[in-house]
Write a protein that binds this ligand. Structure first.
Ligand code: CP
Length: 317
């Protein structure tokens, strides 16, 4: 069995085969055990320097990557576009090449433009990890989501997963669809027609506009954030009102109890409490939202370790 990834970058889930994803999960299992020890650290990347460059806001992803890097003993530098020379007109390629000139080996990047990571990977000599590029992909979120399903249900193959809400603007949705389909899960997208990509079915998923029916069908419901910042602007949304959205597509305790069976509840965060999900469900017994966040560190450790060469590193160095 190969212990190396088939890719040098992680730009999207399409970079990964099902075998790559299984390798990431097995490697994350080992790192999860490390994270349960009193000393949550291994020397695996002590010869590696990683730059986290974030051109968009982030709480979970940024902290999770930084913790993953530090748990692997990498040297870490953090870059925020708001306080950098990009404000003086420097291009993305110049910015990153200047960072790389200081002997950085790997770049983790979040950017508002879809394809920013792909562009960068063609112009700079370092492994690039996409930490979310506009409405395109968020591959490590999908990996940690699928890993959390595997942990909770013991498998991903054959599991029925509903992805609910603002599919149109969601990089989490696209990465989740690609990852779950590669691993053999069945996926239904559920949301208003105005938040559903026109060719969604071409991705091998079911499409529904009826949340109650979808919840009765699924084993897992991943409730996405309504991304008002990506909608029309000036308060213009793709639906009449948040109140109507919550009534038709929000998950509350009454709706959960009406399903008549137990399902697992997920959310990638940040949560709009009372819109896509109410607090009693988000914080309830069937929610694995904080498990997703916890697993994110182990999964990102696995991604960084494997992109840096994995177990073959010591033999090569
Ligand atoms: N899930 C996620 O990407 O959260 P952040 O935007 O806080 O990183």
């Amino acid at each position: 069995m190969s212990e190396a990834l088939s890719t040098r970058h992680l730009l999207g889930i399409d970079d990964l085969s099902a075998a790559d994803i299984e390798l990431i999960f097995r490697t994350a299992d080992g790192f999860k055990e490390v994270l349960s020890r009193p000393i949550k650290k291994v020397p695996s990347l002590r010869d590696t320097t990683i730059a986290n460059i974030f051109f968009e806001n982030s709480t979970r992803t940024r902290i999770s990557f930084e913790l993953a890097e530090k748990r692997l003993s990498a040297d870490v530098v953090n870059f925020s576009s708001g306080t950098s020379s990009t404000k003086k007109g420097e291009t993305l390629v110049d910015t990153v090449n200047n960072i790389l000139a200081m002997k950085v080996d790997m770049v983790v990047m979040r950017h508002a433009d879809p394809g920013a990571g792909v562009f960068l990977s063609r112009h700079v000599d370092a492994s690039i990890v996409n930490a979310g590029d506009g409405t395109h992909e968020h591959p490590t979120q999908a990996l940690l989501d699928a890993y959390s399903i595997r942990e909770k249900l013991g498998r991903v193959k054959g599991v029925k997963v509903a992805i609910v809400g603002d599919i149109l603007h969601s990089r989490v949705a696209l990465s989740n669809i690609l990852c779950l389909r590669k691993l053999g899960a069945e996926v239904t997208l559920c949301g208003p027609a105005t938040l559903m990509p026109r060719h969604a079915r071409d991705l091998g998923v079911h499409v529904s506009h009826d949340l109650d029916e979808t919840l009765r069908w699924c084993d897992v419901a991943n409730m996405l954030r309504i991304q008002l910042e990506r909608q029309g602007g000036d308060g213009i949304t793709n639906f009449p009102s948040l109140r109507e959205y919550a009534m038709l597509f929000g998950l509350d305790r009454k709706r959960y109890e009406a399903i008549g069976k137990e399902i697992t509840i997920m959310h990638p965060g940040p949560i709009n409490r009372g819109v896509e999900i109410t607090s009693d469900v988000a914080d309830g017994a069937h929610s694995i939202i904080l498990d997703q966040v916890e697993n994110g560190v182990a999964v990102r450790m696995a991604v960084l370790f494997l992109l840096a060469g994995g177990p073959g590193r010591s033999a090569r160095s």
